[in-house]
Design a protein around this ligand. Structure first.
Ligand code: PLP
Length: 379
């Protein structure tokens, strides 16, 4: 059996080495390392893939979130609602811009932001909601957009984990994750579903004026060379990373299918086990592209399971071990513990198993047997 990895970047690269190498070689040859033609090509190809009017590439997914919020002209003191159970980048940029983060609980099944909790958290100061499509599954965008419309709020989708997922509305219409809110951000961190070989990110929007404004923000606030109209940042996707991404983009749907196939195999192996709760999926199969495959373990010691799997050569992850509202940087006396019952429980139960495009049946059998055997003998 091949060594099990949390993410197998080398195995994936070996299958597309020729195209990736050729794409990088083009950049080395034309030396347009910054804002070269590859960046523009990738931008156009991603716009077409997503069915969105504007993709604005930038340096990473955290910058993408920050720049999206700068683009909306949110002001210090504006309240921004987001999930307690997500990667810290989401709340970090809210705080960095001196906006007021309002963390709310998540749904115990989908792990995504809880709709009733959003409603409860809205005040006259609320300006935006940031749903995170956690672990690759679309948040309940239809309900979120309805709340936003009613209260005149912006919706910023944090799509770092769900690129390529397809959201289906109640009437059957479909839209790619990241094209539904007013603006969205994504990350091309190597382990993400569409990853480059370094850092990268992008902002998506269908709003022409916002796109124009943001294109200036990412470039020192310039709309005309050496005319700095607004306070901006320097955040660029470099041409070599764009070359990697442009070579990988045509494979994204197949990569996501491979992840769904691995998730299905995991589901089958754990089916019916009372103490191993497999990820709940909403909607059609392409609604969840499995950035992570995350179980809830009931009745057995999750941390002991992590240790046991590690000893058997099975890497796994705990995303996320601490609720954001309990992190030193984001603690706030406004929060009440009883409002975070779900997140407080999830941090004790979740475990993410190896998930990538190169997992084979033998590896999945080895992993699932190890999990089941441990849980059965430690209840
Ligand atoms: C990865 C990630 C980010 C940040 O992306 P970087 O490219 O690492 O800055 C933001 N939000 C979520 C939910 C993520 O998973």
């Amino acid at each position: 059996m091949n060594k099990i990895q949390m993410v197998d970047l080398k195995g994936q690269y070996s299958k597309i080495k020729n195209v990736v190498d050729a794409s990088i070689a083009e950049v080395l040859d034309n030396t347009a390392y910054i804002n070269g033609p590859k960046v523009h090509e990738f931008q156009k190809n991603l716009e077409q893939y997503l069915g969105v009017k504007h993709v604005i590439p930038c340096a990473n997914g955290t910058d993408a979130l920050q720049i999206a919020m700068m683009g909306l002209n949110l002001k210090p003191g504006d309240e921004v609602i987001t999930a307690d159970f997500t990667f810290a980048a989401t709340v970090e940029v809210i705080a960095l811009l001196q906006l007021t983060p309002v963390l709310v609980d998540v749904d115990p099944d989908t792990f995504n932001i809880d709709i009733d909790a959003i409603k409860k958290a809205i005040t006259p100061k609320t300006k935006a909601i940031v749903p995170v499509h956690l672990f690759g599954q679309c948040a309940n965008m239809e309900a979120i957009m309805a709340i936003a419309k009613e209260h005149n709020l912006y919706v910023i989708e944090d799509n770092a984990q769900a690129i390529g997922a397809t959201y289906t509305y109640a009437d059957g219409t479909k839209a790619k994750a990241g094209t539904i809110g007013h603006v969205a951000s994504t990350s091309f961190f190597p382990s993400k579903n569409l990853g480059c070989y370094g850092d990268g990110g992008a902002i998506f929007t269908n709003d022409d004026d916002l796109a124009h404004y943001i294109r200036g923000i990412v470039n020192h606030g310039m709309y005309e060379r050496y005319h700095h109209d607004v306070v901006g940042v320097n955040s660029r996707l470099d041409s070599i990373q764009a070359a990697v991404l442009d070579a990988k983009l045509p494979h994204l749907d197949d990569y996501n299918k491979a992840r769904i196939k691995a998730a299905n195999a995991y589901d089958t192996a754990f089916k019916g086990h009372e103490n191993i709760i497999t990820p709940h999926r909403e909607g059609d199969e392409d609604n969840h592209v499995f950035h992570q495959y995350t179980l809830k373990v009931k009745g057995a010691d999750r941390d002991a399971l992590v240790k046991h799997l590690g000893e058997k050569g099975i890497p796994c992850g705990v995303y996320y071990p601490i609720p954001l509202h309990l992190q030193k940087a984001y603690k706030d006396s406004r929060y009440n513990e009883e409002d975070f019952a779900v997140t407080n429980q999830l941090v004790k139960e979740v475990i993410s198993l190896p998930m990538h495009t190169e997992l084979d049946d033998e590896q999945i059998e080895f992993i699932t047997s190890a999990v089941i055997n441990f849980v059965n003998s430690n209840l």
